[in-house]
Ligand binder design. Structure first.
Ligand code: AQP
Length: 351
């Protein structure tokens, strides 16, 4: 019996089954923000049984200059962090972006779909470029179009990210909708951002109004996943706070960004609600709360750091895992990007 003929639309619709994509830049060592905002939730999604595709986005990392040896190291260390945090390379697809050329191919097409005005409104670009916007790379400006390609090359339907990425995901939706409209197709899904939990935006330990970031010049502003117990304790001890004790209700954290940040971090690490944490520590001084937070962080992050160290002893094995993941990623993305070439009118006649 012959196979039923599948129309391109049926193929596209079949591809819209639930699929998760997300990535992290290997632009330095990963932070507690990356762990709570991204990695921890990546593992939860994998364990829910949805198809999960996770990527070290090295092509994004070079939108700001990276030392090549450090980039290679950070990519391997990032992969080690994924695995140490619970990503199983047999169940999830784990790879580095530059090994699958479909990302940049679709990224170029999306550069031609996205509008300059959309890009100019991206707050992350404004934050990163600051007053220097004439001097930053064109890649940094176009970053969200490549991010849209990362996601849509897999017809991913859900993207777990921290709150800082919400605007980029809205742009991904706009690009998908405009492409579908421009070419009169129903080809790309409209993605759903998954931004959930107490610590979707972990703030700097030095300034509760600034995001904790791996590229912040102050190492004291962040907890790195590779920090040891003493360093973690010292960073929380020195974390900026106000002189008041912790409030009686979560509402009392409203105008206290540093206190709110530490409570959010505690809640996310302990898998508790902010109300529960406040109920336990209401009226307590930071002299009591900070050591408890440090102990909790060490108990959660210590085993991850130890496993990362073990994995980093064998960089060849990490490269093998990334290569095998890239093969599996390519098998999904290549047919999708080939259909995009067809839809946009590119001749593909090579054998
Ligand atoms: N502080 C944060 N709180 C919650 N989530 C965060 N994420 C990053 N920082 C926080 C989430 O981690 C994922 C990967 O982010 P990324 O490393 O690709 O880029 P980023 O958001 O630009 O992170 P950094 O640390 O600020 O990197 P640099 O300093 O290189 O620009 C995303 O899901 C993000 O939401």
């Amino acid at each position: 019996m012959s196979e039923p003929v599948q129309t391109p639309q049926a193929i596209a619709n079949a591809a819209f089954k639930p699929r998760i994509f997300s990535g992290i830049q290997p632009s330095g060592g990963l932070t507690l923000g990356n762990y709570l905002g991204a990695l921890k939730r990546f593992v939860q999604k994998q364990d829910e049984g949805i198809q999960t595709i996770y990527c070290l986005v090295d092509m994004h990392a070079i939108t700001t200059w990276q030392d090549p040896a450090k980039l290679r190291h950070a990519t391997r260390e990032g992969a080690a962090a994924f695995i140490a945090a619970g990503i199983d390379p047999a169940r999830s697809i784990l790879f580095n972006q530059s090994q699958v050329s479909a990302h940049v191919e679709l990224g170029w097409i999306f550069n031609c779909v996205a509008r300059m005005g959309w890009m100019s409104r991206m707050t992350q670009f404004k934050d990163k470029a600051g007053k220097n916007s004439e001097n930053v790379s064109l890649g940094l400006y176009a970053y969200p179009a490549l991010m849209a390609a990362d996601i849509l090359a897999y017809h991913a339907t859900m993207v777990p990210v921290g709150d800082d990425q919400k605007q980029h995901l809205e742009l991904t939706r706009d690009i998908a909708i405009k492409f579908n409209n421009d070419y009169g197709v129903d080809f790309f899904p409209v993605v759903e951002p998954l931004i959930e939990g107490a610590a979707t935006r972990v703030m700097s330990l030095r300034d509760g109004t600034k995001k904790m970031s791996k590229s912040d010049p102050s190492d004291q502003s962040r907890i790195n996943l590779t920090d040891d117990a003493d360093v973690i304790a010292a960073k929380f001890r020195k974390a900026k706070t106000d002189p008041e004790p912790l409030p009686e209700t979560a509402f009392g954290l409203k105008d206290r960004p540093e206190a709110r940040n530490l409570v959010n971090i505690y809640a996310a690490l302990a898998d508790q609600s902010v109300d529960q944490v406040i109920a336990d520590y209401a009226g307590k001084q930071f002299g009591t709360f900070k050591p408890a937070l440090a102990d909790l962080a060490v108990s959660k992050l210590g085993p991850i750091a130890a496993e990362m160290n073990r994995l980093m002893q064998d960089p060849g094995e990490i490269d093998r895992i990334l290569g095998a993941g890239a093969d599996r990623a390519e098998a999904i993305a290549r047919p999708i990007v080939d259909q995009v070439y067809d839809i946009t009118g590119m001749i593909r006649s090579r054998r």
